[in-house]
Design a binder for this molecule. Structure first.
Ligand SMILES: *Cc1c(COP(=O)(O)O)cnc(C)c1O
Length: 365
């Protein structure tokens, strides 16, 4: 067994009972046993999403569900506004551009909060679809879902929200926020292995998808809807991953989402306090504490450290942290507090970080 502590924003460490679930013998995916498992997965996810909408687990990582959302909704005529202040916000833009020419991006610097005034002005064009990332994993920011939900509603647009690193670690009342399509991935706050995603879809949006003649084949949400009514998936599901997700959702239900959210909040606050007291600074430039992600913390690279020195130093102490993505590579590093991670593990990571910083000081590196 490796003794490494994964503190990257997915995949996260997976509890033994969840790993064990994957080694069960295969079952027929049209049989009663799968139907029961599938229904329980869907119902537990709906409870965690706080939604009354239909919910579709997909055999594919988070990006699969992001593309499914766009591809089912959008044809050449559809106008899409993508709000972006980081890598994953921009991913929606890149996906949408494959399906329609009418894409507008409201861009903010990576690490800056979303300015609602600017969003408001852009939405005056009355787009059909608005996309945003709730928890921007590349920069450690929680974006204002409620406010943007209100604005999209006012313009009668479909609100697609990537909740891949918020659902399961934060309170995300999908229906209350006015989210038409909410997306989650298995390997982040749900604490399951990578390879599955899920999206909830409102009735209004299912109708829009039905009317779209250019829906994709494999990720056809209307095919998923027909199968869901028979407690099945249209194609062979990734069974071992479903076994694991089923168990991971049991773990969440046992802990309770309120306690789980509080644990995530506490652990990320612990990381922020610790890195600040070690003399480091947080990367996002925010006005409110509530805008900091409670599932991943982005920290400015300490001066004199390269990406490899920081990550390598941590790795030698048994802790795997993430670097920055794209233009943030070498400028920041990220510590995730997602899933079933414990206070003890986070303390260990903080101690390791303190040692890495101190050793460099001593050696004068
Ligand atoms: C991880 C992540 C994704 C992409 O998920 P994959 O599982 O790698 O496809 C999308 N959005 C956000 C916010 C993420 O953190």
């Amino acid at each position: 067994m490796r003794e490494e502590l994964l503190m990257i924003p997915g995949p996260v460490p997976v509890l033994p009972r969840i790993l064990d679930a994957m080694s069960k013998p295969m079952i027929p995916h049209r049989g009663d046993e799968f139907k029961q498992l599938y229904v329980e997965v869907v119902e537990n996810l709906r409870a965690i999403f706080k939604t009354r909408n239909d919910l579709f687990p997909l055999s594919g990582s988070g990006t699969c569900a992001m593309e499914a959302a766009i591809a089912n909704l959008v044809d050449n005529e559809t106008s899409v506004v993508c709000i972006a202040n980081g890598k994953f916000g921009e991913r929606f833009y890149e996906i949408a551009e494959r399906y329609t020419e009418h894409v507008t991006v409201v861009n903010f610097d990576w690490g800056s909060p979303i300015e609602l005034e600017k969003v408001k002005v852009t939405l005056e064009s009355n787009p059909d679809v608005v996309t945003m990332v709730h928890n921007e994993t590349s920069t450690g920011i929680l974006n204002p879902a409620k406010e943007v939900g209100k604005l999209t509603k006012k313009h009668d647009a479909v609100f697609v929200l990537d909740c891949i690193t918020s659902i399961g670690g934060n309170d995300v009342p999908v229906d209350q926020l006015g989210v038409d399509i909410a997306i989650v991935g298995s390997q982040k706050c749900l604490g399951a292995p990578p390879g599955l995603s899920a999206l909830s879809v409102s009735d209004k949006v299912l109708d829009l998808m039905r009317a779209n003649k250019k829906r994709p084949y494999y990720m056809d949400i209307i095919a998923y809807k027909k199968s869901l009514d028979k407690k099945q998936t249209p194609y062979t599901p990734a069974l071992p991953l479903f076994f694991a997700l089923h168990e991971a959702l049991e773990v969440i239900i046992e802990e309770g989402m309120a306690k789980r959210t509080e644990r995530h909040r506490m652990l990320s606050a612990m990381v922020r306090t610790a890195v600040t007291s070690l003399g480091l600074s947080l990367f996002p430039q925010l006005n409110e504490v509530s805008e900091y992600s409670n599932t991943v913390t982005a920290i400015n690279m300490p001066s004199g450290f390269s990406d490899e020195q920081l990550k390598g130093g941590m790795r030698r102490k048994g802790v795997i942290v993430a670097g920055g993505q794209e233009n943030l590579k070498g400028k920041i590093f990220r510590m995730a507090t997602m899933g079933n991670i414990t206070e003890r593990e986070v303390s260990m990571a903080i101690r390791a970080l303190g040692e890495v910083l101190m050793e460099k000081d001593v050696k004068g590196g």
